[in-house]
Design a protein around this ligand. Structure first.
Ligand code: AHR
Length: 492
C-alpha cells in the first residue's frame, strides 16, 4: 500500500462553500423535464401537481440547492409566454435543437416554480438573448417578480398566481459564442450590457445577474467580456466545461471502456483546474476586488448516447468512473469557493451525467448521485486548509494525481473531509495531522470496479457503505483509501 502524508488545519478558514456549488441543471432536452421530472397530473406515475414524487424525494434527500432552467441551448430559443396560461392553448412547437420532438409547453414558468417549491431549492432562470428581445426578457422578470399593479403582474394573477416569486439567479443568455447566437465576445458583451439594464429589481427582489462566459479554454472570450463589462454589470460570469475524453468525434461509450479510457477521462476532467485558475486570473485584471464570481453552470461527462436511443436526447449511463469525475470536480470547486459561487452539473435527470435515470415508473440513483449525497455536508460550510501530498502517477500514458481532497467545518464545528483515490491499482494510506479538537471519526465509502453501475433491474450495485478504514489517534488521522474510491469522513 502506498503511504502519503497531509495536513488539515481547521483554524485556517478559507471562505464559505456556497451551497449552490452543489447545483443542478434541467433543460427541455430529451427525457429530462418531460418523463424525468414532469409527468402531468393525470399520469399513473405517482406525482404531485405533475412532478414525479420519486424524483422529488430523491433530489430532496440529496439536498439539491439550486436548479437551472430552461436551458442550455433551449434557453435561447425559448419564448416564455408560450409556456403560461391554460395548457390546452399553449403552443405546440418543435424542439429544433434537441431531437426535433414536439414541445407542448406544458411545463413552463409556473410549473418550474412549483418544482422548486417542492424541492426547496433556489430557481436559476436562464433568459433568451439569442432569439429573444430586451422587452421579452424584461417582461419575464416583471411577470415573475413584480408585486402590485402592472401588465405582467396582472397576467400572472390571471394565470392563478397573485403573489410574485423570488428570483435571485438570472442568466442573460447561454453559450452566446455558439448555440446562443454565434456572437463575438465584443458583440455579446455590449448586448449583455443592454439586456441587463432592463433586468429590474422589483421590491426587495435582488437579481444576481450572470453573463455568458467562456467555453472551456477560450481565454480570449473571458478577456474581451471582462474588459467590456468590468465589475459593474454582472455578479458572475459562467464557464462551461465538459469531460469529453476522446474529443467530440470519439467520445466513447459510458459503459464500455478500458483502463486507458478511464484514465483519459480522469485526465480530461482535471484539465478544468488550471483552466479555472487562468480564467480567474484574467477576471482579476478587470475586477481586482473579485466582485464578479465564476459559475461553472455546465460540467460533467459527455459520452455517446446509449444504443437505440434518440441521438438528440443525450441519454447515457453512469459508472464509478462518473462518480470519480464528480468527486474530483467538487473538490476542485470547493477549494476555490472564494471565487466560484455556483456550479451546475449537466443534467439532473436522464441527460448526460445525470444523478437520476428513469424508465417509465422506474427510477435509479446513479453513482454520481451518491457522490453529491456524500458531499452534501460541505454545503454552506467553511472551507479549511487541507493538503494531501498526492503522488502523481503515469497511468496508461496519462499523468494523474491520485488523491483528491477538500475539507470544511460546519456551524457545529464538525469537520467533513472528502477524499478520492483515482488509482485502479493502488490502495493509498493517507496519514494527516489535524489541527482542531476532535475525538471521533466516522465515514462512508463509495467504491467498485471502474465500470460498475446501477440499472433498473439491479439498482444498488454502487452505493455508499459505512467505512472502517479511518482512525484518529490524537491529532493524527489515518485513512486507508481503497482503489477507485470516494470517501467522506466526519470528525467530531
Ligand atoms: O447540456 C447540453 C448542452 O450543452 C446545453 O444545452 C448547451 O448549453 C451545451 O452545449
Amino acid at each position: 500500500m502506498r503511504r502519503v502524508e497531509g495536513h488539515i488545519n481547521t483554524k485556517h478558514k478559507m471562505g464559505t462553500i456556497n451551497k449552490e456549488i452543489y447545483g443542478h441543471f434541467s433543460e427541455h432536452l430529451g427525457r429530462c423535464i418531460y418523463e424525468g421530472i414532469y409527468v402531468g397530473e393525470d399520469s399513473e406515475i405517482p406525482n404531485t401537481n405533475g412532478m414525479r414524487n420519486d424524483v422529488v424525494e430523491a433530489l430532496k434527500e440529496m439536498e439539491i440547492p439550486v436548479l437551472r432552467w430552461p436551458g442550455g441551448c433551449f434557453a435561447d430559443e425559448y419564448h416564455w409566454q408560450d409556456g403560461i396560461g391554460p395548457k390546452e392553448t399553449r403552443k405546440r412547437m418543435i424542439n429544433t435543437h434537441w431531437g426535433g420532438v414536439v414541445e407542448d409547453n406544458s411545463f413552463g414558468t409556473h410549473e418550474f416554480f412549483e418544482l422548486c417549491d417542492q424541492l426547496g431549492c433556489e430557481p436559476y432562470i436562464n433568459g433568451n438573448v439569442g432569439s429573444g428581445t430586451v422587452r421579452e426578457m424584461s417582461e419575464w422578470i416583471e411577470y415573475m417578480t413584480f408585486d402590485g399593479e402592472s401588465p405582467m403582474a396582472n397576467l400572472r394573477a390571471e394565470n392563478g398566481r397573485k403573489e410574485p416569486w423570488k428570483v435571485k439567479y438570472f442568466g442573460v443568455g447561454n453559450e452566446n459564442w455558439g448555440c446562443g447566437g454565434n456572437m463575438t465576445p465584443e458583440y455579446y458583451a455590449n448586448t449583455y450590457r443592454r439586456f441587463q439594464t432592463y433586468c429590474r429589481n422589483y421590491g426587495d427582489n435582488q437579481l444576481y445577474k450572470i453573463a455568458c462566459g467562456p467555453d472551456g479554454a477560450n481565454y480570449e472570450w473571458t478577456d474581451k467580456l471582462m474588459s467590456i463589462i468590468g465589475d459593474r454589470f454582472a455578479d458572475a460570469i459562467s464557464l462551461h466545461y465538459y469531460t469529453v475524453p476522446g474529443g467530440w468525434d470519439e467520445k466513447g461509450k459510458a459503459l464500455v471502456f478500458d483502463e486507458k479510457g478511464y484514465y483519459e477521462t480522469i485526465e480530461a476532467t482535471l484539465r478544468i483546474e488550471p483552466m479555472i485558475d487562468r480564467h480567474l486570473e484574467i477576471m482579476s485584471k478587470y475586477d481586482p476586488e473579485h466582485k464578479v464570481k465564476l459559475i461553472v453552470d455546465e460540467w460533467g461527462t459527455w459520452f455517446d448516447v446509449e444504443d437505440g436511443t434518440n441521438p438528440g436526447f443525450l441519454y447515457q449511463q453512469n459508472t464509478m468512473r462518473d462518480a470519480m469525475v464528480a468527486a474530483l470536480n467538487l473538490n476542485i470547486f470547493n477549494r476555490r469557493c472564494d471565487r466560484i459561487s455556483m456550479a451546475n452539473i449537466a443534467q439532473v435527470v436522464n441527460v448526460l451525467q445525470a444523478v437520476i435515470l428513469t424508465e417509465g415508473a422506474k427510477i435509479v440513483k446513479t453513482p454520481t448521485y451518491h457522490v453529491f449525497e456524500m458531499y452534501k455536508r460541505h454545503q454552506n460550510s467553511t472551507l479549511v486548509d487541507c493538503f494531501v501530498d498526492s503522488p502523481v502517477e503515469e497511468c496508461e500514458g496519462y499523468k494523474i494525481p491520485l488523491v483528491s481532497s477538500s475539507a470544511s467545518v460546519n456551524e457545529e464545528g464538525e469537520l467533513t473531509i472528502t477524499l478520492a483515490n483515482a488509482s485502479l491499482s493502488e490502495e493509498i494510506e493517507v496519514s494527516t495531522t489535524v489541527v482542531g479538537e476532535f475525538g471521533t471519526v466516522s465515514g462512508r465509502v463509495l467504491t467498485g470496479k471502474m465500470d460498475d453501475h446501477n440499472t433498473f433491474e439491479n439498482a444498488e450495485v454502487v452505493k455508499p457503505v459505512d467505512f472502517d478504514g479511518a482512525s484518529l489517534d490524537g491529532d493524527t488521522l489515518t485513512v486507508k483509501l481503497p482503489t477507485c474510491s470516494v470517501v467522506t469522513l466526519v470528525l467530531k
